[in-house]
Design a protein. Structure first.
Length: 224
């Protein structure tokens, strides 16, 4: 599943705090959600942490976000190893600070064989660019080879913060994703909210273009 973690800035604004305080609270929410994910039946969790368009933000905010990402990876590495979490970063690396790249590489190397949860953090990520980059690296382009290069299909896609858009996240992978839009600002998103979204997902009928069960039965009865 994927989460577009949105609303940190508005969370802070509502409390008269600087936007960066919202991002700090957002990191704490990440910790709680990652901890709860395996118990909620989640195998793959892709978190949208920094989009390629987020470079447009003020320099101070970008710098703070980058520092937080680096320290998250360093601080959480031990806990990830302990909990069997495989860490991976998706997105461009060539515009990231060398220190952050090293933290990513170290976390990926150390957790490569963990199997409880596959945690993918999207940093300097653009869905359109990811599709382009994957396609450019494939000699025999097919739906299957592209899918393999990009990553697993998304079953459930959550966006917090009340907006109803994808903002260039996992475009190919979300072709048949169930979308859940939450009014909660990301720092307030709790394990209970995660469980509620999973419950909502489980209650939906996924048809992948086929006919629904009931319609199928009706059709059969009519043909009989
Ligand atoms: C999401 O929160 C975090 C990032 C995009 C890095 P925002 O910073 O977008 O928060 P809002 O949408 O301004 O409230
Ligand atoms: C999407 O949120 C990116 C992340 C959550 C990292 P934004 O806040 O950047 O998206 P827009 O600008 O509202 O579309
Ligand atoms: Mg936002």
């Amino acid at each position: 599943m994927g989460i577009i973690m949105d609303g940190n800035g508005r969370w802070a604004l509502a409390r008269g705090l600087p936007r960066v305080a919202g991002h700090r609270a957002g990191v704490a929410a990440v910790g709680r959600v990652v901890e709860a994910a395996p118990g909620a039946g989640i195998g793959v969790l892709t978190l949208f942490a920094f989009s390629s368009d987020n470079w447009r933000r003020p320099r101070a905010e970008v710098d703070a976000l980058m520092r937080m990402l680096g320290s998250y990876l360093e601080k959480e590495l031990g806990r990830c190893l302990e909990k069997g979490v495989r860490l991976e970063a998706i997105g461009r690396r060539d515009r990231l600070a060398p220190g952050l790249c090293r933290a990513i590489a170290q976390a990926e190397r150390a957790t490569a064989s963990a199997t409880n949860l596959w945690l993918r953090i999207a940093i300097d990520y653009s869905g359109r660019d990811a599709i382009l980059a994957a396609a450019r690296g494939i000699a025999h382009l097919s739906r299957e080879s592209l899918e393999l290069a990009l990553g697993p299909p998304v079953d459930l896609l959550i966006r917090t913060g009340g907006e109803r858009r994808l903002s260039d996240f996992l475009l190919w992978e979300s072709a048949y994703a169930e979308l859940v839009f939450s009014q909660r600002m990301w720092p307030d998103f709790s394990p209970e909210d995660l469980a509620a979204a999973v419950r909502e997902f489980r209650g939906r009928e996924r048809r992948f273009g086929a006919v629904p069960e009931i319609a199928m039965r009706r059709q059969e009865a009519w043909l009989d």
